[in-house]
Design a binder for this molecule. Sequence first.
Ligand code: AMP
Ligand code: GLY
Length: 425
Amino acid sequence: MRIMVIGGGGREYGIAKKLSEDPRVDKLFVLPGGGGMEEFAECVPIKATDLEGVCGFASENEIDFAVVTPDDPLAMGMADRLRAMGVPCFGPNKAAARIESSKIFAKELMKKYGVPTASAVSLYSAGEAREYVNNAELPLVIKADGLALGKGVFICRTREEAEDAITELMDNRLFGASGERVLVEEFLEGPEVTVLSFTDGKTVVPMVASMDHKTIGEGGTGPNTGGMGVIAPNPFYTKEIAAECMERIFLPTVNAMAEEGCPFTGCLYFGLMLTKNGPKVIEYNSRFGDPEAQTVLPLMETPLLDAMLACESGDLAETPVRFSDKAACCVVLVSGGYPGKYQKGLPITFGELDEKTLVVHAGTKRTEDGYVTNGGRVLNVIRVEDTLEEAVRSAYEEAEKISFPGVYMRRDVGKTAIDALAERD
Ligand code: AMP
Ligand code: GLY
């Protein structure tokens, strides 16, 4: 098969690497791809948001199957366009991608179908939003309706913070049209869980649950980032909670989308909070998470391609999808200054790495003198081991061997999870 993967970060590296190991894949393209991917795929310099370019490439290169993973091309309707050309795709069409591209759409859906989530109101102007937050209970959460690189969520503990968030989103349009409308949401508390799932629009097959570490600082401090590290499985997500989520959240969501006339196919990402009143949805994404994908997929024992093809053909119920019971840890090495301004083009030295270590390139570039930094999140160091403790310990041991000027990593990836396990024993 001739396959193309759209995107160029660590998530696409993880997905493309896994697909490249499948003997059925004769030719693998990544558009635009990034550093490191040239080892197992052909990188083609066409941007993920260039619909015309991607579709033209697909028809000229006889692509049999396309994997569309980033949020913006999905929200722009890339999967619709490819399917219309006769290219089957992994990824939702534009109408279904609204589950991520409009937080108001997602919230209305959950309200209508009784999916547990934080209570919220949708506000359509800065005046309306200010009036609402002046009388609302604190803390509260303000979210841009549209896509904002994971940075459109403001946890406000004071009225001033709420005021500032409204000014930034709605007056200053920090994220452009994404801030035309906002959601003001109840503040929830509890451990967070990410559940990535395969779905063909009818059946939902959850992958191993994981835990992202979103803030730049240790212990959940500082601004949010795209993700600083992941562990899987997530020890807070017990079998009982998983069964409850399937019954009250996963199936109702997929059925609701079908009922609304926009069945969701591809990877549906459930961002959950395990509150004292049960699991609640804090966000849906219409795609694999980054760095959750590259952490969870190494645990997958059945072919990724089979699951992806089944999401498109509608045969997911009959397709075996199995994960190992090992544990994985991913530590993200970022550029100094990220998630703010940072420098690019700095030389990376890798040291003597253990052959069991997976190094995922998230933002690097190959030059004649070796790899240099080319993004905020630069590299992911991933280890799969029998226990979570061992996965965390060895991922850090290996991450320490890699360096570039200004390199930063959080030192506490997996800490809450390991503490929770210790408390349980
Ligand atoms: P999101 O981009 O929607 O995943 O939000 C980013 C982070 O904000 C989440 O991972 C949570 O830690 C936090 N968050 C989002 N919504 C809420 C909420 N209703 N209550 C508390 N924290 C939230
Ligand atoms: N790691 C969170 C996300 O991909 O949205």
